[in-house]
Design a protein around this ligand. Structure first.
Ligand SMILES: Cc1cc2nc3c(=O)[nH]c(=O)nc-3n(C[C@H](O)[C@H](O)[C@H](O)COP(=O)(O)OP(=O)(O)OC[C@H]3O[C@@H](n4cnc5c(N)ncnc54)[C@H](O)[C@@H]3O)c2cc1C
Length: 707
């Protein structure tokens, strides 16, 4: 290879991790001089688990794998999209800027079970200065800073407890044994701890004396709180929530102090499941099943095999993720996308990358990676379709927005008629349809490989890598994924008519509708998505509400060993779960949609005019069960088996995705996938001795969380 010939980079898969890597590479000045980049993508669309498309047969409705929201701490993911929208520089159309693309959500509801069913626990998160990924440096608090914030939060919670109950806290405290301490009340002890931790003369980590003092102080608070616990059943719901949250935060603080997280980092907590760790530091059984804890498991689909009896969430990921979420967001706590993720995230990335010269080979399903002398020597690919005239143009414009269609654009394909006639799903890896094969060779077709295919799909694609790479084998063995289920309903009435406390507008409403989690299975999460209606094209009368529901799907419930293609049976299973929800639990959140005769099926929008349960035929119901669609879990004990973006076993292999080890969080979310993609690009550029210059809006450096 001559000094000046561009390195050929094969990017396998087109999820957000892989596209983030491509995006960073094209930020290199004069990048085409240095790289030739090709993305190989199965099927007709980009986005992977985040993909969405428009269904022309149903009012151009948006169809997704499940609800996707972004958190205000997604510093890297937002920086990526900010750069993409800047590069697009749209002068017209309904969504031109990042602020039009992502809409703030500061209100969150958690489901509170009570004797009458379920009540909402409304939580409002005050907007913070700045905007995520806005290019200003993000100063993370560091572990000591997080601990300080937890103590301040404990003080805040304590101050919300009515004085009568505060006195319980005060009177039950044993005489303070801390030397020099004469302050009898919980709030005074907390103030003392905060002052101790915040002392400017010890800017890095608490010294030994600090830690033992803090540990003793947290012990006192625990004793006091446990006295209060004896009385907890008599407290009304609001106070009970407050006290349970106090208990949770107190156990979290004690875990950080006693597990030596201050010096060893969050990774030390990976040996524990979250509730195991909180229980070890005294959290009550009621706290471990309280909505705030359940919400974390629901948010991360953290149930082994989708079984709710076996929750599994690494305490390291849970601590780091939730502390980032709560204490480091810019702007809003969450952001909902103004349209489908396909047109908000993946169409813009595709447009920018292809305009810059990145090649996209759609309908290329990777079937195996072959190692050779410590590197990837060959890549085998099944060809699913050929464009009549290359390149294939994948997008269709809907409401002025470039979107992904629900099917390939058959008219552009040599085998389009067959694909259309046989209803072949090119994303269904159980079908394995192909019209040919090809092999890419090292040194001819590629020099370096960025692997963006998710971990859940890699066992069958990389057996030879596993045979020669023990760390690769360990990663495959350790990977845990879970199936999920998604439901989208279109309803013929506005939310304001659904009744009940869950649908009442909060005091400070957001521009988008409410979001609820920790609700009763089978669907624990509901989000009002009516803001999407303006981008869909229904016949009159149009639907007036869109509701998304999402949750894990049990593998036990979903096991169909005798089916060559389990997808239809899995979809039927999800549909049964939808019927369960609509007939049993929806009454708690939408009481007016249930009468003595049961759920008002007629409220479901249906242009086909079906009746009863058959109106579900016009809704969108999806089981995400293939290896590539399954959500990547973060169970305890597996952090060390995650491989970094530049693993050392194969010299030309780079990894991009939410299953890759990054500097923080290490949980299945788009932010982690983007971080991995950026890491992969940085490793490539530094390997060949070139630095990516700072992009126009630089990604704010993430401070090492161990400081
Ligand atoms: C139901 C659900 C809800 C979620 N909600 C959120 C949320 O609210 N917020 C959030 O941040 N995250 C959420 N996530 C997680 C998020 O979707 C993932 O973290 C993210 O999409 C992972 O990106 P990735 O690039 O690692 O992989 P993927 O998105 O899985 O992309 C992999 C790519 O590889 C392609 N591919 C697969 N196999 C092959 C093959 N053999 N050959 C060629 N190409 C192939 C795929 O088509 C895809 O393009 C959710 C996930 C699910 C399942």
């Amino acid at each position: 290879m001559s000094e000046h010939s561009p390195r050929k980079i094969a990017i396998l898969g087109g999820g957000i991790g892989a596209l983030a890597a491509a995006f960073r590479l094209i930020e290199t000045p004069d990048w085409q001089h240095h790289y030739q980049i090709t993305v190989y993508q199965l099927g007709w669309r980009l986005g992977g688990k985040g993909a969405s498309s428009r269904n022309e047969a149903f009012g151009d409705r948006i169809e997704e794998h499940g609800l996707h929201v972004w958190a205000g701490f997604y510093q890297n993911a937002f920086a990526l999209m900010r750069a993409a929208y800047d590069a697009l520089d749209r002068q017209s159309g309904p969504i031109r800027t990042i602020n039009e693309a992502f809409l703030p959500e500061n209100n969150v509801m958690l489901g509170l079970p009570d004797r009458a069913g379920w009540q909402p626990w409304h939580i409002y998160f005050a907007p913070q200065p700045g905007e995520p990924g806005d290019g200003t440096k993000l100063k993370l608090p560091g572990i000591r800073g997080y601990l300080l914030k937890i103590l301040e939060y404990l003080l805040h919670l304590h101050n919300q407890i009515p004085p009568a109950q505060q006195s319980v806290m005060a009177s039950s405290l044993p005489p303070p044994a801390l030397e020099g301490a004469t302050l009898p009340r919980a709030d005074a002890l907390l103030r003392r701890a905060i002052a101790q931790l915040d002392h400017p003369s010890s800017p890095h980590i608490a010294n030994e004396g600090d830690i033992s003092g803090l540990a003793a102080l947290l012990d006192y608070l625990r004793t006091a709180l446990n006295d209060l616990y004896n009385d907890i059943t008599k407290f009304v719901a609001d106070l009970r929530n407050l006290v349970l949250t106090f208990d949770l935060a107190l156990a979290a603080a004690a875990a950080i102090v006693n597990e030596d997280v201050l010096t060893r980092g969050f990774g030390v907590l990976d040996q524990y499941d979250l509730t195991e760790l909180l229980g070890k530091y005294g959290a009550w059984p009621e706290t471990l099943t309280a909505p705030a804890v359940v919400a974390l498991y629901d948010y991360a689909f953290a149930y082994q095999d989708g079984n709710r009896q076996t929750p599994c969430l690494s305490a390291a990921s849970a601590f780091e993720g939730s502390l980032r979420l709560l204490f480091t967001y810019k702007g809003s706590l969450f952001y909902k996308m103004a349209a489908g993720a396909g047109e908000i995230i993946f169409a813009p990335l595709y447009e920018v990358l292809s305009a810059a010269g990145v090649q996209f080979e759609f309908f290329n399903r990777v079937t195996e990676l072959i190692p050779d002398q410590g590197r990837i020597g060959a890549i085998q690919i099944a060809i699913q379709a050929e464009p009549l005239m290359a390149p294939y143009h994948p997008l269709r414009t809907v409401s002025g927005l470039p979107c992904w269609p629900e099917n390939p654009l058959f008219d552009q394909l040599t085998n389009g008629d067959e694909l259309r006639a046989r209803h072949i799903d090119l994303e269904n890896t159980f079908e394995n349809y192909q019209i040919g094969t090809k092999t890419l060779h090292y040194g001819i077709d590629f020099d370096m490989v960025v692997l963006g295919i998710p971990a859940g799909a890699l066992a069958s694609l990389t057996p030879q890598l596993a045979a020669v790479g023990p760390r690769w084998q360990a990663m495959l063995n350790a990977t845990r994924t879970v199936a999920t289920q998604a439901l989208q309903l279109w309803l013929d009435a506005p939310l304001s008519t659904f009744g009940g406390d869950f649908t009442k507008p909060p005091p400070k409403p957001d521009p988008v509708g409410p979001i609820l989690t920790a609700f009763e299975p089978p669907f624990d999460t509901w989000s009002d998505m009516s803001h999407l209606l303006k981008f869909e094209h229904w016949t009159q009368p149009e639907p007036q509400n869109i509701a998304y529901f999402c949750a894990v799907l049990s593998d036990l419930q979903n096991s169909h060993p005798n089916e060559p293609d389990p997808q239809p049976a899995a979809n039927a299973m999800v549909r049964a779960n939808v019927v369960t929800m609509l007939t049993k639990t929806i009454q708690y959140i939408w009481p007016n949609l249930v009468t003595g005769a049961g759920f008002r099926w007629n409220i479901l929008h249906d242009d086909a005019g079906e009746s009863g349960e058959q109106r579900l035929n016009s809704q969108y119901i999806r089981a995400n069960i293939t290896g590539t669609e399954r959500y990547v879990l973060s169970p305890p004990g597996l952090l060390q088996t995650r491989l970094p973006a530049a693993p050392d076993e194969f010299e030309n292999l780079y990894l991009a995705g939410d299953w890759v080890r990054v500097s923080a969080i290490n949980a299945g979310c788009m932010e982690v996938a983007v971080m991995a993609g950026f890491d992969a690009a940085s490793a490539i550029t530094s390997r060949i001795g070139r630095q990516i210059t700072e992009p126009a809006r630089p990604v704010a450096p993430i401070e090492d969380s161990n400081t």
